[in-house]
Design a protein around this ligand. Structure first.
Ligand code: AVJ
Length: 347
């Protein structure tokens, strides 16, 4: 019986301070207003995000799933046995389920997610499906993990799993810092199995974030509803519109909430004024060329082992390995330029 996770109190919660108020006030005080995307993913938001993943227009989830399915034996072979698998932003662990079925004799699975209820629910469910697997959920902002829980069985290596192109939420400089941290956490012989959304024409990208059913709009506006509910703000949800243009120069989708009129919003006894047409940026979703991303990985302390992609090159799943740092060896600075402007050149 996998009793380790049956009680929510057993979820590791290292100083998870939500900090929504502080970060919301800071973001709305900037000349170009922002609200950090992690606050889109509360219980309600996570449900809507799962709904987005099923949408006809939203190609990333099904494409990545297909790539994982088509290549599962090779992927499992590269990861190998007795591995400690750490998933960053595990959500409902749907993709992992498939992976876990094919991985031989794991030392343990550590799902990390910011949404406690969802983390617990999926951990309990997985425990039922994999009674012999040690599961140690960690409720945390995956960008701020400083230690990975130990497993009873000593792992041969640690492999991180970061699917869904969630890496696209980070701007390239932050993505490097994040992946360097993963390399450090995984250590020698560590691996990273990561999903990356590729650059493609606007007519494919934009509908994926502007679906006809309006689920993405609801998801985006949800951050305002959450600010009203949890922080006592007074956003008029009908006075903001969802918009998600592809910024080709920066190589990213930008989710905006556009103020439909001049208005004042109250939060934390402060006033935030909006001009008509002024917007809050809630999320960036960077898209990469293959060489662009491999360059980023090199700068982060990883080398490419294998790339799998669909035949339309919509999406890539990469297996990266922590680069050995030979004593005295000079750090290689990758020949790829990842500054946003240049990284967006079509390769
Ligand atoms: C979770 C960041 C991968 O960028 O495609 C989907 C988030 N936002 N639709 C993405 C998202 C709106 C998603 N990631």
């Amino acid at each position: 019986m996998n009793d380790a996770i049956l009680f929510s109190s057993s979820i590791d919660r290292p100083s998870l301070r939500d900090g929504f108020l502080g970060e919301a006030v800071a973001g709305l005080s900037r000349p170009a207003k922002t609200l950090p995307c992690k606050f889109l993913y509360d219980e309600e938001g996570s449900k809507l995000f799962n709904e987005i993943c099923e949408l006809e227009e939203y190609y990333p989830t099904r494409t990545e799933n297909q790539i994982l399915r088509d290549n599962i034996n090779e992927i499992a072979g590269l990861i190998g046995s007795q591995c400690r698998l750490v998933e960053f932003g595990s959500g409902s662990s749907t993709k992992t389920r498939h992976l876990l079925t094919h991985l031989p004799g794991m030392s343990g699975y550590i799902p990390i997610d910011i949404s406690g209820p969802q983390l617990l629910e999926s951990a309990v469910q997985l425990a039922g499906e994999f009674p012999n697997l040690e599961i140690k959920p960690l409720e945390a902002d995956y960008g701020e993990v400083s230690e990975i829980p130990d497993t009873k069985q000593k792992p041969r290596r640690t492999v991180a799993f970061f699917p869904g192109s969630t890496i696209g939420n980070f701007d390239p400089v932050a993505a490097i810092a994040f992946m360097r941290n993963i390399a450090m956490l995984c250590g020698r012989d560590g691996g990273l199995l990561i999903g990356v959304d590729r650059k493609k024409p606007r007519w494919i990208l934009e509908p994926a974030y502007n679906d006809r059913k309006g689920v993405t709009a609801k998801f985006n506006l949800g951050i305002l509803a959450r600010a009203n509910r949890e922080l006592g703000a007074d956003f008029d949800l009908s006075a903001f519109r969802h918009r998600a243009p592809y910024n080709e120069t920066q190589g990213r989708i930008e989710m905006h909430l556009v103020s439909q009129r001049a208005q004042i919003v109250h939060l934390d006894s402060q006033e935030f004024s909006f001009e008509e047409g002024e917007y809050i940026t809630t999320e960036h979703s960077y898209k990469y060329t293959l060489p662009g991303f491999v360059g980023l990985a090199l700068r982060s302390g990883f080398e490419l082992v294998r790339n799998w992609e669909d035949r339309n090159h919509l999406f890539s799943v990469l297996f990266l390995r922590v680069r050995d740092r030979k004593p005295g060896a000079k750090r290689i600075s990758a020949g790829f330029d990842v500054t946003p402007g240049n990284a967006s050149e079509a390769w």
